[in-house]
Ligand binder design. Sequence first.
Ligand SMILES: C[S@@+](CC[C@H](N)C(=O)[O-])C[C@H]1O[C@@H](n2cnc3c(N)ncnc32)[C@H](O)[C@@H]1O
Length: 301
Amino acid sequence: MFKHETVLLNEAVDMLDIKPDGRYVDATLGGGGHSHLILSMLDHGRLFAFDRDSYAIRRAKERLDGQENVTFINENFAKMTDALKAIHVDQVDGILFDLGLSSFQIDDPTRGFSYMNDVRLDMRMDQESQLSAATIINTYSEADLTKIFYQYGEEKNARRIARAIVSERPMETTFDLVRLTDRINHGQKGHSAKRVFQAIRIAVNDELRALETVLDDALALLKPGGRIAVITFHSLEDRIVKHFFKRHSEIQVPKNMPLINLPVPKLKLITRKPVLPREEEMLANPRSRSAKLRVAERTDT
Ligand SMILES: C[S@@+](CC[C@H](N)C(=O)[O-])C[C@H]1O[C@@H](n2cnc3c(N)ncnc32)[C@H](O)[C@@H]1O
């Protein structure tokens, strides 16, 4: 069975400053690594653990079997506020996001996330969802595909790849796409399909919009003194988190405005610079190499 190595485990949980009686959200349960550690620190507290992938929830339930103070929620974290409200929770002491995919999703050859296996184009985290990689590749316009590859993959050959897809489709499997990127990105550093696969995955799962939506909700859910910790794995995600934290931790005072009764920022930065995995972690788990952890605390305004 494929296993997920938790990234920045102690760093992220330490910075959440867990109180034994507090209420916490693990927005990205995955293999349950962070949740397991949080639960070991709770006494009468409670953990609400989200994952949009029902398979991840099933696995984590087995791993966390016997733990009483966890509630599993099989839902997109973008719907966190409503999902918590439905169980009468409107404030929490801390929220953790460990974005992206679990290793068992990437390594499962049937899910289509990896360019190393030749399978049906899929890439859905939530297997009930309608939109798959096949729909995007086989029905989107050349202009939309170009935009996706360029914006979500920072792919230099976005236009050429989009044009080739449109003229050669229908495409059925991951290797149909890999053969095409091999041809166009021939001789480039790294795997020819890396950026295109990242871009399609982000589009299939609407990952950046989910993150943008949930950050506002998370801020509203946090109690004063509560913390939000976010682990990102690529610059597009990190930029969203960094700007959000900056926007809510600084007050922009227009010139000539008297410096009295200024609003107080809603967040205080706990990490001025992102925390990166230690050298040993990067060596032991190459997937941790691009991880960045940012943490902020809700002020009492
Ligand atoms: C990197 S893994 C989390 C690993 C986990 N922290 C651990 O220690 O095992 C990310 C998980 O978040 C889930 N996920 C990603 N985006 C999500 C979203 N918008 N809503 C809910 N779950 C999401 C994925 O399905 C995946 O299982």
